[in-house]
Design a protein around this ligand. Structure first.
Ligand SMILES: CC(C)(COP(=O)(O)OP(=O)(O)OC[C@H]1O[C@@H](n2cnc3c(N)ncnc32)[C@H](O)[C@@H]1OP(=O)(O)O)[C@@H](O)C(=O)NCCC(=O)NCCS
Length: 181
């Protein structure tokens, strides 16, 4: 399927609310101490029953914009995937940090458009944009959803850190991935 992928103005950020993020989460990767006590291992764990991620409401949207807009104000990019006029996915390619890394802060493809190449196209565009800004490595603080982590690994990202939530339950992410550009 042909998508138009293009950078969006930060003032248009509220348009991301149209991207339906609904998802049925069948499995997560859970970090657990390795049996020998050294380090952590990721175990794929089925959600029983599956977890439903719902559409954003206005409060969610405000919260997300509060996280991501500062990335754009510091030089990052919001890139959208369009089917004609319709926004069907987006990525936030974060600002360049002092160590020449940037965070891939968000990537979402509308439920009805997944598995058609939009996510890969957005990821490529986010990396190309970051390279133009002198970024040498991208990192991602990922939710533990197995499908999401699998997607990042398929895009060439490698797991560099995991967090044992049984000890540090308040951390907002479980799996950190990174890729040299
Ligand atoms: C993760 C996500 C962005 C991927 O976008 P997408 O448009 O579906 O991805 P693509 O169609 O480009 O797929 C790329 C590859 O990943 C695989 N993939 C994508 N989604 C997958 C899924 N749910 N389960 C397993 N594999 C998946 C595809 O099979 C494809 O592999 P292939 O090239 O060998 O066929 C999208 O599924 C999504 O928005 N998920 C919900 C939100 C989310 O998890 N966002 C990240 C957290 S911020």
């Amino acid at each position: 399927m042909g998508f138009i992928v293009r950078e969006m103005d930060k003032d248009a950020m509220r348009a991301i609310g149209a991207v339906n993020r609904e998802e049925t989460i069948e499995a997560n990767y859970i970090a657990q101490p390795a049996d020998d006590g050294w380090g952590l291992v990721l175990r794929r764990t089925r959600c029983n029953p599956p977890v439903q991620a719902s559409r954003w409401d206005e409060d969610d949207l405000d919260e997300r914009i509060g996280w991501w807009l500062p990335e754009l104000e510091k030089g990052g990019a919001l890139i959208g995937a369009f089917d004609g006029e319709r926004l069907v996915g987006f990525v936030v390619s974060g600002h360049k940090r002092g160590d020449e890394s940037a965070e891939l802060s968000a990537i979402f493809v509308d439920k009805d458009y997944r598995g058609k190449g939009a996510g890969s196209a957005l990821m490529r565009a986010a990396e190309e944009n970051a390279i133009r800004r002198g970024v040498r490595a991208m990192y991602i603080m990922s939710v533990p959803t197995a499908a999401t982590v699998d997607f990042y690994v398929k895009q060439g990202y490698r797991i560099i850190s995991v967090i044992d939530k049984s000890i540090v339950g308040s951390f907002p992410w479980d799996v950190v991935l990174a890729k040299h550009l």
